[in-house]
Ligand binder design. Sequence first.
Ligand code: BGC
Length: 431
Amino acid sequence: MDIVQLETDGQRAESQGAPNGKLMKFPANFLWGTATSTTQIEGHINNEWTGFVARDGSTCDIACNSYYQYAEDVRWMSKLGVNAYRFGIEWSRLQSEPRGPLNQKELARYADQLDQLNAAGIVPMVVMHHFSNPAWINAIGGWTNSAAIPAFVDYATKLVAALRDRVRFWNTFNEPDTYASCGYLIGEFPPSKKGRLDSFRAVVFNMAEAHEQVCHVIREAGSGLGKVEVGFSKNWTYFLPYRKTSPWDVLMAAAIHSQLNGLVMKRFLGGARKTASTFLGVNYYGRIRFRNLKPLVPTFGFSHEELVRLGVECDDMLERYPVGLESALQQIYQQCQLPIYITEHGSSSSDEAFRERDLRDNLAAVHRAMERGVDIRGFYYWSLLDNFEWQFGYSKKFGLLSVDFKDEQRTRTMKPLAHIYRKVCLDNGMG
Ligand code: BGC
């Protein structure tokens, strides 16, 4: 499976929001959700992020305290009007040794969270792996070691058996490409290795094998709530040269695309694995363009003014490219022919008007892709809460709700964008 990149002419994308006065309707049963992950919101966790100090000097020790405040989070979601929630169950809490039994106390807490979601009419999608492992997996070299495969399959088998009556949607791996590249190519995530292409590829290969096996386990186990669904989430970033005339930038972008997009899609969805998943999760934020081999993104030290001058419109993380979402969805769907859930999209900025425009432009792109026949069944806004943004700590603000990290209560407050998103969810459309 090879997915070709779009051509770019370096122009800034025009706003593509809903035409004036016309409501863009989405199909009945469309899932409108938000998304989070264990390490980023729960706090009180013991995995490789414990003790990791982010660039802003912070840690994930308490994060949003959702380990204790999950019931409050469910109430906020009801206020938001969402009907779906994608969140993690933390492997390191549940299994303290290879092939060990699941920790019943921790399992009961997650079961209660699931019961509260189901009772509130919020469909849970459970992520089994989102950038973290138990310490005993990290001790054997993490996912570079193929022994992680049977260990994960054993865990998943026990987890699914325990929760099959509460969960219909399972998401095996979140963004294997991000996890493997940040951990082994650019050294931004634990174990902070750089330039280890062999390790990067081993992680992808091993996760893809585990994904296939877990898909079969899940499909055999089924769900007490209806037809069981399983898939992984692919982060789709376009890697492109800023100028097509620059051979080094062209080469660099193509090489990264082939490893992070091409290889991952092929390993997870190619050959016999084509029929393992029942859906594909797509996480989409935008694009990264290279100029003189440097990525034109704020996190690489470019100032906002400089990027604007170059015609690169970014949030706090990377370049926005809503028109690209439509084409990405069309191309991906054409290749894999699986129903798609946009399992993450969002932006980080203190400018709520910018975030609203970004949301509208991306939803319009989703809608256009659907009109062109792409089977898209849901959209999950990243994120419910401002949270621990990995190497950047609490400095990036993706939340629909802000969190007061100075306050022990971690007080949550709806931001302006939350009201906009609420209306979209309740209208099942965008006006
Ligand atoms: C990850 C999230 C992260 C988000 C924003 C995604 O790649 O799955 O954990 O917070 O992007 O950077």
